[in-house]
Ligand binder design. Structure first.
Ligand code: AMP
Length: 592
């Protein structure tokens, strides 16, 4: 076969490797997972990399190294177990693991050439870039190019095909936050400004949530003020991250962990409900800080938000709904969450690799909508004092016969349902509340454009809906379906009576954009390690000195694991695997 060319996002928290398949970038699973934790652990059997090493980090901090990216380019040595290693050597261990996954995937010999494009933050100095290159060479990768992460994200977004476009790339990952303003001109993609906070990311959100869970747990059980042990902390961190991820799509999460804590022979279980609001209150200030950086970056690049074609969100933590909400509230511009936000940078690197090697990448053009489409809504401004005063004057004019009612449209807000640059065809819905109790008539006015106020946009039509038996708090669901010819089909349904209205409008036509890697990658599959995991668990189950309750907990987990395995419940398996690992490390350590 041809020499493989891969894209590598060598991240602070996680690394991702992507290959070209069917002319599209695709994430290659390493140890059955898309994200390989950038953690290295030294054991008597050699180096461990990834999830297993990450679990060791809590219990054997002296033998593990995480976040080595922060030290790249520094003239230092890190002590890991009984060894001294330079940052590039530690990174090389991670890259070796990645190279091995590539060799395995293509069934290549150990000495085969693997070409790589590796990404680094835009603010990386020459020394840091050079150290990254050396790490790759130590790992026997042939470095094709080192490129900037935001550039890679823009390539994944399809930017090299957009003429003269300026985008803001907002990248909120596990341990770092970066914001870059980038410009493309005739296929050339360039970083114009970059800023951020390299000590801010999803890990901080996990820590805040873990602390809250622990505090609430102690308070509920009247346990006073106790510090969590390593075992509890390990579990808390895992629970916090899982809860945080679920809260990106659910309004609330019920946490249930049996045998969470034991004191004076009493077992305590962890049972808590965390709502999205609770979580948002914890992280609000940190997210607000990122939005301030974003506004500053636009300013520093001598731009206004009107110059931007879009704000693109990448990085796993960008999936948190509060991120989009705060950006939109402050900048009055809806950001676009890139497809597969934690894989996009690696995918962009693969696209760059394909371009360098003149490989064919998918050139199918996708249509995107050049404008946002939405409806008029009442907001606080509509009834602001100023507007009310104006309304009174208008009323007098109408009563005096000097004007007609239709001369004075209300000052309504523009609520976008489909946002600018969305690939089409697309179908999206939003809910709206009635403006008064027992409202019978709804007027749905449709616009296209980016203005914040309804009247600043192009009005493309309206639809009316009437309900016979209105309810006190009426609600309608408005669905927009936009086809590639710009034809917009509207369906509005009053949710209690199910009365509906349909209408069709013509909006401006879409423009062409080359298709990037919008395809979903396949469902996770779990490989290796589990068998050894169960073997280790079984070995512990027969040791007489181990506490009976710990054994019971382990046995329950092992049984659940076997059931999940039989049912091929992949997500459940991954969760159980984590739980078993947490417990194993604790028990093994206690036995050692
Ligand atoms: P990255 O460095 O881009 O891989 O991002 C990793 C961070 O994203 C970790 O802190 C994850 O916990 C976080 N993350 C991943 N998926 C989600 C999600 N759906 N909601 C919130 N955070 C997430």
């Amino acid at each position: 076969m041809q020499t493989p060319i891969v894209g590598i996002d060598l991240g602070t928290t996680n690394s991702v490797v992507s290959i070209l398949e069917d002319k599209l970038p695709k994430t290659l699973l390493v140890d059955g997972q898309k994200l390989l934790p950038s953690v290295v652990c030294l054991t008597t059997d050699g180096m461990l990399v990834g999830k297993v090493a990450k679990n060791m980090a809590i219990l054997e901090p002296e033998n593990t190294v995480a976040s080595i990216k922060r030290k790249m380019g520094q003239d230092v040595e890190i002590t890991i177990g009984n060894r001294q290693m330079r940052p590039e050597e530690v990174s090389a261990v991670i890259l070796q693991k990645i190279r091995q996954a590539v060799l395995d995937h293509y069934q290549l010999a150990a000495d085969a050439i693997v070409k790589a494009v590796i990404t680094v933050p835009a603010y990386f100095t020459e020394e840091q870039r050079e150290a990254t290159k050396q790490a790759a060479e130590l790992a026997k990768l042939q470095v094709e190019r080192i490129i900037n992460e935001p550039t890679a994200a823009a390539l994944a977004y399809g930017m090299s095909h957009l003429e003269e476009t300026i985008l803001a790339i907002y990248d909120l990952g596990g341990g770092t936050f970066d914001i870059s303003i980038i410009e493309s001109d005739a296929g050339l993609v360039e970083v114009r400004a970059t800023t951020g906070n390299n000590q801010l990311g999803g890990d901080d959100f996990d820590a805040l949530l873990a602390a809250k869970i622990w505090e609430d747990f102690l308070a509920t059980n009247k346990l006073g003020n106790i510090a969590a042990s390593r075992k509890e902390q390990a579990r808390l961190n895992r629970i916090a991250e899982q809860t945080k991820i679920k809260l990106s799509t659910s309004e609330s999460v019920d946490i249930q962990e049996s045998f969470f804590f034991k004191t004076n022979d009493t077992n305590y279980h962890l049972e808590q409900t965390i709502t999205r609001k609770d979580f948002e209150a914890l992280i609000h200030d940190k997210v607000a800080e990122t939005v301030t950086h974003l506004a500053k970056a636009i300013d520093e690049a001598d731009l206004t938000k009107a110059d931007l074609a879009g704000i693109i969100l990448v990085g796993g933590s960008s999936r948190i709904p509060l991120v989009s909400q705060l950006i939109e509230a402050q900048l009055k511009m809806k950001p676009v969450l890139i497809d597969l936000p934690d894989e996009a940078v690696a995918h962009g690197a693969t696209i760059q690799g394909a371009i360098i090697n003149k490989l064919d990448i998918d050139t199918v053009l996708v249509d995107i909508t050049p404008h946002s489409l939405g409806v008029a809504v009442i907001d606080d401004l509509t009834y602001s004092m100023e507007n009310v005063m104006e309304l009174m004057k208008q009323k007098e004019a109408i009563e005096a016969g000097e004007a007609k009612e239709e001369d004075f449209p209300d000052d309504l807000a523009a609520a976008a349902i489909i946002t600018k640059n969305s690939p089409i065809p697309i179908k999206k819905s939003s809910f709206f509340h009635a403006s008064s109790p027992f409202q019978k008539k709804y007027l749905i006015e449709v616009f296209q454009g980016e203005g914040e106020r309804f009247h600043e946009n192009r009005i493309i039509g309206e639809a009316r809906l009437e309900v016979k038996d209105p309810v006190e708090d009426g609600k309608i669901e408005v669905t927009f379906e936009l086809d590639i010819n710009g034809l917009l089909k509207l369906t509005a349904v009053e949710t209690s009576s199910k009365v509906e209205v349909k209408a069709t409008f013509q909006s401006s036509k879409g423009k062409k954009m080359r298709k990037s890697q919008l395809k979903e990658v396949e469902v996770l599959s779990i490989e290796v390690t589990e068998n050894t995991l169960i073997k280790r668990a079984e070995a512990l189950l027969v040791i007489p000195t181990i506490d009976a309750e710990d054994k019971e907990e382990l046995q329950t987990l092992v049984d659940s694991y076997r059931t999940a395995e039989a049912n091929e419940a992949v997500e459940e398996l991954a969760k159980l695997e984590d739980e078993i690992l947490d417990l194993l490390y604790y028990l093994e350590k206690a036995e050692a």
